[in-house]
Design a protein around this ligand. Sequence first.
Ligand code: SF4
Length: 329
Amino acid sequence: MSTPTAPLLKVENLVKHFPIRGGLLGREVDRVYAVDGVSFELAAGETLGVVGESGCGKSTTGRCILRLIEPTSGTVTFDGRSVTGADKQQLRALAREMQIVFQDPYASLNPRMTVGAIVGEALTIHRLTRTAREYEDRIVQLLETVGLAADHMRRYPHEFSGGQRQRIGIARALAVSPRLLVCDEAVSALDVSIQAQVINLLEDLRGPLGLSYVFIAHDLSVVEHISHRVAVMYLGRIVEIAPSRSLYTDPRHPYTEALLAAVPIPDPRVKRKKVHLQGDVPSPIHPPPGCHFHTRCPLAQTEQCRLERPPLKPVGEPGSGHWVACHLR
Ligand code: SF4
């Protein structure tokens, strides 16, 4: 068991490169630098939002944490146990404590299985119930936990709306009573009002079920209300990580400023700095050297920006937990 002060999840210098193979011999001809040295910690009961544009490596990071994708290097530790060094049996035990909710509830639910069978699959795999009665009771309890009804267990995924399907995905993840949920763009495919309902559900479940979340989204507005801290990723790296309030009111990285500038503010008295980014995100196959952001950065670009990777360094009040990777901030 970890001490109360130890993080629940510790990710250190995580790297994932996907080889691109070509030619008759299938030799590696290039590689995609999907995750390029990501480190962060998550406390028990905490929600960390992870945001960035498509292709920034946030989903790959989430999947590497659970080893659904094998990381190239780096370490992941969960409650003091090595995830990256775990063998098959240890990984199976860890899978009971760390679960994922996927983006697309349409694709992630088997259309030929009833909702009861989908939610109950993990109960069978991990032998979590002893009798048929216990199995059925647990499925009903899980469905009711996510706001569905007992009789939904006999229906099929196509009979449900997008929001309801995502609730089924959450019930399935909760079946093993995990302590960590990686929500990989879990609300991105839903309408805004349904997004809010699912986010509220997740927030309501966190305390009573003792959950912690890594909440991955491409939009800062989505993670604002659920996250204690937010990490902003750009081309495989965390460029800023801070407590939510600090990040939203006092962003330090020009990329975070640009993402925030795109978020509509309901209060017209609140003014945000206008930052417009030029061009598209460069390819993760050949990311720019130095600071990956230098090709789009609206700040003065120094020689240092073009040549040296800026390390994450603390900014603001000592101990505020606000870190930024920029040579000029
Ligand atoms: Fe911009 Fe340079 Fe800071 Fe990168 S290091 S964000 S290029 S100012």
